[in-house]
Design a protein around this ligand. Structure first.
Ligand code: ADP
Ligand code: MG
Length: 384
């Protein structure tokens, strides 16, 4: 906890702690911007912000990870082209004010354990921790779904990244022992139990980084939109991909050019796998859920062409371990991480075999993180 730095910088007195967890998506990949379903969990890697309200309109923050102190004035929050860590706190303050909330300054010290840029959404973790702190300081009572939309708006409109709503929803609405079933078109959501005694969520970082701008991400978005337009000619009632059943899709798939057919097939079948996966988890059928994760990866590799050799190696190594329910790439793909669901008693062997195998086959060291679904964001008083 960044409490020592907080006291050293801002002096003794009352202190509060807000936390924003990172997240990992268990199934439902490339469905968010295609009008579909996702199934993320909040994780125990999080951003913590120790803070106290101040008497003025200044947000004065120390980042322990960036080893830097900086501030901004809530009354003069303008568009900025700065790109550093303070942009995210500024974005959240801006978005809250845009929604009409009157804010009060804070002094705070922030530290995170969500690896940055690994696909676990450290950015949402920061946004959510800051948002909780600003709301607490200004004594605002805002429903969590609204906070998630505000943090999302901050990232899209102020930071300028066209992301889906999943990260902020997972960080705010996630619960211990549960995953969050989220409809990205309506933001309808539901908690689904994931029994901690039966499974751990293991994230393996390939340490291959692809900038989304360089990756075929935008091309996939265009392909999916083009395929959908063609399908709508036959099915004028469908508004988004989730309105399209697998049999309906099959009826008209032959009329699509091959590449578009593959991209659309991934989206349609992936939405089906999320729905099926939710039913599997509700009945405690982790074997079935794992098989759906495996099928998701195969679809992302073959139809969406969003994998890369290193991710495929991680997935194969994971599946070879007795006690792995399922394994797939998570996040956009073309690098980044895989997610595996693993029996708790098999995690040690999993970690050893995947690390050794990955090193032997690629010469790289994988980052391996073991999580259980964690409680969404909180704020509490820690010093009177
Ligand atoms: P990710 O995939 O992890 O969300 P992003 O590029 O979307 O990666 O966001 C990373 C940015 O979020 C960082 O460059 C920084 O501005 C901010 N950030 C993440 N973690 C922290 C942290 N612990 N402290 C301060 N800022 C952070
Ligand atoms: Mg991010």
């Amino acid at each position: 906890m960044p409490l020592t730095t907080f006291i050293e910088t801002f002096g003794a007195g009352a202190a509060f702690l807000s936390r924003g967890p990172g997240r990992v998506n268990l199934i439902g990949e490339h469905t968010d911007y295609n009008g579909g379903y996702v199934l993320p969990a909040a994780i125990s890697a999080e951003v913590q912000l120790v803070f106290r309200p101040s008497d003025d309109q200044t947000v004065d923050l120390v980042s322990l990870d960036f080893n830097h102190r900086d501030s901004f004035d809530l009354d003069h929050l303008v568009e900025t082209d700065r790109k550093d860590w303070l942009k995210y706190p500024m974005a959240v303050a801006w978005a809250l004010q845009e929604e009409g909330y009157a804010l009060r300054g804070i002094k705070g010290a922030m530290k995170g354990s969500v690896p940055i840029g690994s696909g676990l959404s450290s950015s949402a973790a920061v946004e959510v921790a800051v948002c909780m702190a600003l709301c607490h300081a200004a004594e605002l009572k805002v429903p969590r779904e609204k906070l998630a939309r505000i943090c999302h708006k901050a990232e899209v409109e102020y930071v300028g990244l066209k992301v889906g709503i999943m990260d902020q929803f997972a960080s705010l609405l996630g619960r211990k022992g549960h995953v969050l079933f989220l409809d990205c078109t309506t933001s309808d959501n539901d908690l689904v139990p994931l029994d901690e005694s039966k499974a751990r969520i293991v994230v393996c970082d390939s340490r291959i980084r692809r900038e989304l701008t360089e990756s075929p991400y935008n091309e996939r978005r265009r392909e999916c939109a083009a395929a959908f337009k063609l399908l709508q000619r036959h099915l004028p009632d469908i508004k988004t991909y989730k309105d399209l059943s697998i049999p309906e899709f099959k009826n008209y798939a032959d009329g699509l050019p091959e590449t578009l057919r593959k991209r659309a097939r991934h989206v349609v079948t992936e939405n089906g796998r999320v729905l099926h996966g939710v039913r599997a988890l509700k009945t405690g059928n982790l074997i079935m859920f794992g098989a759906l994760m495996d099928a998701s990866h195969d679809s992302l590799r073959d139809d969406y062409e969003a994998s890369c050799p290193e991710l495929d190696i991680l997935v194969e190594l994971a599946r070879d371990v007795h006690g792995t329910y399922g394994s797939r790439l998570t996040g956009a793909g073309w690098g980044g991480c895989t997610v595996s669901l693993v029996r708790p008693d098999a995690v040690e062997e999993f970690t050893r075999r995947v690390s050794e195998g990955y090193k032997a086959q690629t010469g790289r060291s994988a980052g391996i993180f073991v999580f259980s679904p964690a409680e969404g964001a909180t704020v509490e008083r820690i010093l009177p």
